[in-house]
Design a binder for this molecule. Structure first.
Ligand code: DOR
Ligand code: ZN
Length: 348
């Protein structure tokens, strides 16, 4: 057993950095492990234009300035929030800005701040989709239907049948990322697509099955969207991620909410994993006997899909048993990190 592991510095290809104090906290944790991150645009005021993306990026750079060496070692990769009204001009502007790397599709009302998400992708977004395909800009999909008649555990597989398969037929070369894939059906769809399709996988969907949400009582800190699935799906995700297959890469979907918003009669969805995400992934790969594939998943496959250079820096993590804190406090914020109270084998 190796006492340490050195790899090309990873990228987090799906993170919610948030704003204000929360941004300072998440960014300080993120730069310890990641050289770059695909930044989600679902702020309270969604990032629906290049102008807003530039402003948000400046906020992030300002926050980075407070982290030691932050400005030198981290690059935020911005995204644009797709709406029914997004124009092809806006997409071109985003591309030309050089700071926007993808467009995020939230189906309307599917999750946090998706109130201006897309109502009808086929009817309202076909010109934008044509443009994205042409300029090779990835479409990042929160692949769940928001139809309340569809069982919450089936929302991803139904979305794949109803939207992704027809979308792929119409746009054969559109770069698509199924974000936070959580089901066997999602993974199988990616396996069936040799080119232009990839998926990010979170630590929570590989560490836990849905029982954890109800173990001994209702545990809101394990509630995220897509919701955790059954053991069969969890095992299938671990196999896909640890295989080294270039279509699967790291995206934490780290999505912090203050304990007041989580421990609530209507608690928010999201798990905070930026505190030690790479160690949680190392734990998963180690247990699967595939630690040698971690670098592909964390540092190479994502860069390859996004046509980005491989990071020059490296990251070393150490085998060193430690307990994840119950709570992280910063100014007025209190956040319960993923795997709080659990013993993990790796340390940054
Ligand atoms: O659990 C989630 N939290 N899933 C999402 O899609 C959004 C995220 C958030 O922003 O809180
Ligand atoms: Zn997310």
């Amino acid at each position: 057993m190796n006492a340490s592991l050195t790899m090309v510095m990873p990228d987090d290809m799906h993170v919610h950095l948030r704003q204000s104090d929360m941004l300072d906290l998440v960014l300080a944790d993120t730069v310890k492990q990641f050289a770059r991150a695909i930044v989600m645009p679902n702020l309270n005021t969604p990032i629906i234009s290049t102008k807003l993306a530039i402003e948000y990026r400046n906020m992030i750079l300002n926050s980075l300035g407070k982290v030691k060496d932050g400005l030198k070692c981290f690059e935020p990769l911005m995204t644009l929030y797709l709406t029914d009204l997004t124009t092809t001009d806006e997409i071109l502007k985003a591309k030309e800005s050089g700071i926007v790397f993808a467009v995020k599709l939230y189906p309307n009302s599917v999750t946090t701040n998706s109130h201006v998400g897309v109502v009808d992708i086929f009817k309202n977004c076909y010109k934008v989709l044509d443009m994205l395909q042409m300029i090779k800009m990835p479409l990042l999909i929160h692949a769940e239907v928001s139809d309340s008649r569809v069982d919450i555990f089936d929302r991803e597989s139904v979305y794949i049948d109803k939207v992704i398969i027809p979308l792929r037929k119409k746009y054969p070369e559109l770069k698509i990322v199924i974000e936070h894939v959580s089901t066997k059906e999602g993974v199988d769809y990616v396996y069936s697509s040799p080119n232009f399709t990839a998926a990010t996988i979170t630590p929570q969907h590989m560490l836990y099955n849905r029982n954890i949400i109800f173990s001994g009582g209702l545990r809101p800190h394990y509630y995220c969207l897509p919701i955790l699935k059954s053991e069969l799906h969890r095992e299938y995700l671990v196999k896909a991620a640890t295989s080294g297959d270039k279509r699967f890469f790291l995206g934490t979907d780290s999505a912090p909410h203050d304990t007041k918003a989580k421990e609530n009669s209507c608690g928010c969805a999201g798990c905070y994993s930026s505190y030690n995400a790479i160690c949680l992934y190392a734990e998963i790969f180690d247990k699967a006997g595939c630690i040698s594939n971690l670098e592909k998943f964390a540092s190479l496959n994502g860069a390859y899909f996004y046509d980005l250079p491989i990071n020059k820096q490296t990251l070393t993590i150490h085998r060193n048993e430690n307990i994840v804190p119950d709570k992280i406090s910063f100014k007025d914020l209190n956040i319960v990190p993923l795997a709080s109270g659990e013993t993990v084998q790796w340390h940054i």
